[in-house]
Design a binder for this molecule. Sequence first.
Ligand code: SAH
Length: 409
Amino acid sequence: MTTVYLKPHKEESLKRMHPWVFSGAIARVALDKNYPFNEPQEGELVCVQSAAGEILGVGHWQVGSIAVRILAFGVESLPVDFWEERIRAAYRVRESIGLIRQDNTTFRLIHGEGDFLPGLIVDVYAETAVIQAHSIGMHLCREAIAAAVMENVPQVKNVYYKSDDTLPFKARIEGEKTGWLTTSLPSPQERENAEYWSEENGLLFRIDWLRGQKTGFFIDQRENRALVERYAAGKDVLNMFCYTGGFSLYALRGGAKNVDSVDVSQKAIDLVNVNVARNFPQADNHKAVAADAFDYLASMREAGHTYDLIILDPPAFAKHRDAVKNALRGYQRINAKAIEMIRPGGILFTFSCSQAVDKEAFRLAVFSAAAQVGRKVRILHQLHQPQDHPINIYHPEGEYLKGLVLFVE
Ligand code: SAH
């Protein structure tokens, strides 16, 4: 196996079990005598050693600022049952905290570094697991991962692979980046036309990983949606950036007087309508609108329309560190518009899923929005990502979702 030697003193973070080796920390790379190439290949397993020759761990090699993602610390190679063991352990955690139930068949099984598998996401929707690789190493291991998921997650009968948007786009990648790895559905036609449904806290959602965003659904808002249900009774609700209507269904079940769901994607809006019809066939108090958030808020304002409860769950405004300043301006702007439209005594649920914007910065942006509008605003809850999106304590970069629930006078 190829050995990566670190510069002196660069082993500290690895010894504290942080799983990334940055390219700047590497002194040299030693290839085996008979190695057929003159540099390590992307995705291959390498052994990382300190300058003094101490074995630190083994991980996936990749070209880029993170050169190695460590899979196992303190060993030279992976045990034969590596995938089984990691996937079983992750499943056991979800099971032991009561996430896997008859009325909750939707959960994240593997959350990258949070489940000690950097570069890998696995979401489970009833009988189907959707695997997403963020590194070439995980891409190359997709068959082994799928087999381990099939073996260790009793409800899973199909595995879909969806990595077209998440693999480094410059890399030379062999094999399909998207498609079924295992499926019980015999023909491609059936697979294309099948409707897949999954349950979250007793609500049914149609999940479309073929055409939808991410792996098909935003599982990370489950607990926060449940909180909306608690506050929704009798309220006029606006679910802005609704995607397939997660928050809307909880608000309807919580007894909202009226729910408006808004998203710029017509495909998402079509699914909101399908989901509302399936769960609340009698509902006549829900409306779904395909519109840009700023346009919608401006037109409502012009019409003098206000709401009792608004949910703002925009896409990541900052995908990189250098976009943070603009993102903060964006958060301030959209939050100011929403606060303006809240009736006295109303509530705003506001979120940011940009990893690059930390919770203090986000809170400051919302503070600036409140000050700009000049309303009296108090924080009722500070929200975050749920228990199936765990943060490895040695990898604080894994924290990304934050939210505030505001009481607006
Ligand atoms: N709250 C959702 C997840 C939201 S993801 C849930 O619980 O499932 C962010 C959504 O914002 C996406 O569906 C995307 O289509 C939508 N979006 C992106 N830009 C937008 C814009 N300018 N106006 C309205 N919606 C937008």
